[in-house]
Design a protein around this ligand. Structure first.
Ligand code: SAM
Ligand code: SF4
Length: 323
């Protein structure tokens, strides 16, 4: 794919050079298990928001989650990412038990949670049970637009939750969505500045992709591939040591964009290891289930990475260099 804007091309080259100097050509692998698509919240953009009655809801049982984690570990995926809507039926006790059971399978693995907002007491209990990392995007730095998009959320509380996670010793990740209708012309600068200010260890950013059955379903995709890659480059240049995940949503903008983001500074890929019978229902945006990799494709993805000149790091936790 040819990058037309010379400034974007130059930034990508600079970002990859910097990434090479810190990480070499190595790529960390994380396996995501989307264990529930039930959510108490109604974020306007999200396909699994509680008001979307067209979604077929599912909840994986603790046994199913642990079995999936075990199969990932056996395949050399040492980071287990547990992601879900804000599903409070997974109580503190249930999640603590799941975390402990996964850690008992392999004490050297890393567990990442991406389950939304909970109390500090719960975050603490998950940490003590063995959770290592937590992903919580701030979604957008513009507080007015944040308010419009999140009928149930408060911008300051979101930032406070990210800071609490850091304080509790989680390797904390955050990020934002871009290409959101109504965003300011300098949205990318605002978002990257907030990311830097938060001083996170991991970054997850991706374009907004409309989802059926949401108030934003007809909004269209507003970020082109060059903007996506430019944002990745700018993040790498602003935060040299962070782990940057190549978002699946990039492939909805342009097939192959996710892999291309490695040329712009991404150093983490997150194959989707949600069981096939559930995957299509984790429909946070259109066709997501089709864009994701299942576990079989994770190996294929590894081969593809090698073809591109990268070394996938199987059997390694890939902790962040940011302490
Ligand atoms: N419920 C948790 C939370 O909100 O942090 C974790 C799951 S949530 C589905 C994970 C991320 O999906 C969100 O942080 C959001 O940025 C992203 N997301 C949701 N809807 C999206 C959409 N329509 N397009 C792109 N990303 C989306
Ligand atoms: Fe729920 Fe997260 Fe989707 Fe918001 S983004 S509706 S909290 S799953």
């Amino acid at each position: 794919m040819e990058i037309k804007d010379p400034a974007v091309k130059a930034r990508m080259e600079q970002a990859r050079k910097l990434t090479d100097s810190i990480f070499g050509k190595k790529v960390y692998i994380r396996g995501i298990i989307e264990f529930s698509n039930c959510c108490r919240k109604n974020c306007n953009y999200c396909g699994i928001r509680r008001g979307n009655t067209s979604v077929v809801r599912y909840q994986m049982s603790p046994d199913e989650i642990v079995a999936k984690a075990e199969s990932n570990l056996k395949q050399g995926i040492k980071t287990i990412v547990l992601q879900s809507g804000e599903d409070m039926s997974y109580t503190k006790e249930v999640l603590v038990d799941i975390i402990k059971r996964i850690k008992a399978l392999d004490s050297g693995c890393a567990i990442t949670l991406s389950i939304g907002e909970r109390s500090e007491e719960e975050y603490k209990a998950f940490k003590e049970a063995g959770a290592d990392r937590f992903l919580m995007r701030f979604e957008i730095a513009d507080r007015e637009l944040f308010k419009k998009l999140h009928p149930d959320d408060d911008f300051d509380e979101r930032l406070a939750a990210i800071k609490t996670l850091k304080k509790l010793g989680y390797e904390t990740g955050s990020g934002f969505m871009f290409g959101i209708p109504g965003e300011a012309p300098d949205a990318d600068d605002q978002n990257i500045a907030l990311l830097k200010e938060l001083g996170v260890a991991m970054v997850g950013c991706g374009p907004f992709i409309p989802a059926e059955g949401t108030p934003m379903e007809g909004s269209g995709i507003h970020a082109d591939i060059e903007r996506c890659l430019d944002i990745y480059s700018k993040i790498r240049l602003a935060m040299p040591n962070v782990n940057i995940a190549a978002a699946t949503a990039l492939d909805a903008v342009d097939k192959g964009a996710r892999k291309l983001s490695l040329s712009a500074g991404a150093n983490v890929v997150m194959p989707n290891t949600t069981p096939a019978k559930y995957k299509d229902n984790y429909s946070i945006y259109e066709r997501k289930g089709k864009l994701d990799d299942n576990i079989a494709d994770a190996k294929k993805l590894g081969a593809e990475l090698e073809k591109l000149g990268y070394t996938p790091l199987w059997n390694q936790r890939g902790d962040s260099r940011v302490k």
